[in-house]
Design a protein around this ligand. Structure first.
Ligand SMILES: CC(C)(COP(=O)(O)OP(=O)(O)OC[C@H]1O[C@@H](n2cnc3c(N)ncnc32)[C@H](O)[C@@H]1OP(=O)(O)O)[C@@H](O)C(=O)NCCC(=O)NCCS
Length: 279
């Protein structure tokens, strides 16, 4: 295993107390994400010990520590099949510059009223609650019906890999500390992606979908570097069409698609939007 640190931070290593927490393995469950585990209940550590000399501890654990002037050249590692973890890399100078290669660290977006953060597995019960409303789920082409905690956890568990692969970025929409929905860009390929959103019915009619989708559009164009976005909505979902038109999407015909929750083909109205400097 390799670890990397910027030279300017090297002096802080011996000056920063770091503790090793030891836990019994039983309460932990494996995430399908490169050996990461999560416990769903409060877990008390069996032991908490100061690591002391971190450089020596890394060497003893057979971890090669590389000192670099700058970590930016490593960004491409997130686009590879290697597993890479980083702590607070989004705060590193230049890390979030436009034109970033795929595999950027999972990031949080903020709007005037909303926080858009990556989903966590712990969000599953709330997602089930929101999608247990047929008025919401019948409009979602790929959503299972009825939603179950296991299906939603499976969906959530796939997000990190999509993010790492650069094929999809899904954000939980949080308002007043509560998760109220999702906004995402997915099906990313060849500089194009598809945006989508859904909200708890209690949150409809306050402009939240347009506000969240606007942040996703900016993220997709400015941070992911896409040049064209598409979207589509069921023909019987005029509210979604209104959101897309408010955001500048242009109608692009219609097609027939399979609706998983309805279990039948439906008519879907298509839209697209070019990045302003390429349109
Ligand atoms: C579609 C959805 C995300 C909209 O969320 P929202 O926060 O209410 O959206 P906004 O408030 O930003 O905008 C809704 C727009 O639709 C309009 N609208 C609402 N109901 C409408 C209807 N029946 N017919 C026409 N327009 C309608 C609103 O007037 C508003 O437009 P305006 O701002 O120009 O007045 C929400 O209804 C939802 O989650 N639906 C279920 C899931 C879904 O449909 N997702 C999209 C799949 S394509």
């Amino acid at each position: 295993m390799q670890a990397h640190i910027e030279a300017a931070w090297l002096d802080r290593l011996p000056a920063t107390p770091i503790y090793r927490y030891a836990f019994a393995p039983e309460p932990f469950e494996r995430l399908r994400d490169a050996g990461m585990c999560v416990a769903r209940e409060t877990v008390r550590p069996l032991a908490v010990e100061p690591v002391g000399d971190l450089k020596a501890a890394l060497a003893a654990a057979d971890v090669e520590l590389h000192v670099l002037e700058d970590l930016l050249p490593l960004k491409g590692v997130w686009a590879s099949t290697l597993h890479a973890s980083g702590v607070r890399l989004r705060n590193a100078a230049g890390w979030n510059e436009p034109g970033w290669p795929d595999g950027r660290p999972r990031t949080t977006l903020r709007t005037a009223r909303l926080t858009l953060r990556p989903f966590e597995l712990e969000d599953a019960p709330r997602v089930v609650e929101i999608q247990s409303n047929w008025n919401v789920t019948r409009m979602l082409r790929m959503a299972p019906w009825p939603p179950t905690p296991a299906l939603m956890r499976e969906w959530l568990a796939a997000h990190a890999e999509e993010w790492r692969a650069g094929t999809g970025y899904r954000f939980a929409i949080v308002h007043g500390g509560a998760l109220i929905g999702c906004a995402d860009v997915d099906e990313i390929a060849a500089g194009e992606g598809s945006i989508g959103y859904w909200l708890d019915e209690a949150a409809w009619g306050r402009g939240f979908a347009a506000e969240a989708a606007r942040a996703i559009i900016d993220f997709a164009f400015d941070q992911v570097g896409l040049t064209r976005l598409t979207s589509g909505h069921a023909a019987d979902n005029p509210a979604s069409g209104a959101v897309l038109r408010k955001l500048g999407f242009r109608p692009a015909g219609e097609t027939r698609v399979w609706s998983r929750p309805r279990g039948c083909e439906i008519r879907q109205l298509r839209y697209d939007l070019g990045r302003p400097d390429t349109a």
